[in-house]
Design a protein around this ligand. Structure first.
Ligand code: 0L1
Ligand code: MG
Length: 258
């Protein structure tokens, strides 16, 4: 049994300074997934103590391919804070290590949603709107290489996120069928559809509520949930322009600056 506070201090410092670290599981063998979620929460407590605010949740490992590569059957979740949100689709590389971008669908909630028995239709009733979004993931581990425990403790690689300006009714379309193309410097580098996220992004929210119920937490009114990457993540470098084209729903033009 480890004292988790010094481990959380270690992760917090590496996240704050955007500094690479070795795997926690090498330095502190025996950590469990439950310990890792506790470390994640303690790290975010430190951010909040410094003036930040919890504004939502992110889901990760939501594609069959990512789950297979990590040897898991369940997605993971991370926490979103105000300080992680980009006001405009511009990513300064300063403050990151080796960032990648993922197109995602974001849900914003008007009502609290929680418990272990949430159904998809409960999600729709609690949702204010759905928006095209992107997440910047930036593992603090060397070479983006980690175990499940490591990545959970590192806030599921969460770094920054951006939510588009135009919100859509949850009923505007089938979010499983929404097509997304990612163009980097004019060239198509990824393509996918909402169904890549657990068959339908709404399932990601259902699973999140079940996972949060285990720790007595829930989605609160006003919170945003990033449901998971629709395509493989795309590597970013200074000067890149990445257009994330959501079929019928608009394009988010991401610029990467030094
Ligand atoms: O948001 C994500 O899907 C990332 C989950 C963590 C694994 C990774 O960094 O690829
Ligand atoms: Mg993601």
């Amino acid at each position: 049994m480890h004292d988790l506070a010094p481990i959380a201090d270690f992760v917090f410092q590496h996240q704050r300074e955007a500094r690479e670290m070795g795997r926690l599981t090498n330095q502190w063998p025996g950590l469990t997934v439950e310990d890792a979620y506790r470390i994640q929460a303690l790290v975010v407590d430190r951010m909040i103590a410094g003036g930040d605010r919890l504004v939502g949740w992110k889901m990760g490992l939501t594609s069959a391919a990512k789950q297979r590569s990590m040897g898991v059957a369940e997605p993971i979740y991370g926490r979103l804070t105000e300080g992680m949100e980009l006001a405009e689709p511009v990513l300064p590389l300063a403050g990151t290590i080796h960032p990648r971008v993922e197109p995602e669908v974001a849900f914003v909630f008007k009502r609290a949603l929680g418990g272990s028995a949430v159904r998809p239709r409960d999600v729709w009733l609690a949702t204010e709107c759905v928006l095209p979004a992107f997440e910047i993931i930036d593992s603090r581990y060397e070479n983006f290489s980690f175990t499940l425990v490591d990545v959970v403790a590192d806030n599921a690689s969460g770094c920054r996120f951006y939510v588009g300006e135009q919100g859509f009714s949850p009923y505007a379309c089938s979010w499983a069928d929404v097509g997304v193309v990612v163009k980097k410097n004019g060239e198509v580098v990824q393509a996918g559809a909402g169904a890549a996220v657990l068959g339908h992004p709404v399932r990601s929210v259902v699973i999140l509520t079940q996972m949060l119920a285990r720790i007595g937490a829930e989605i609160e009114p006003g919170m945003v949930v990033l449901t998971g990457g629709i395509t493989e993540a795309v590597h970013l470098a200074a000067g890149d322009r990445v257009d994330i084209v959501f079929d019928q729903l608009g394009t988010i033009p991401l610029r990467v600056t030094p």
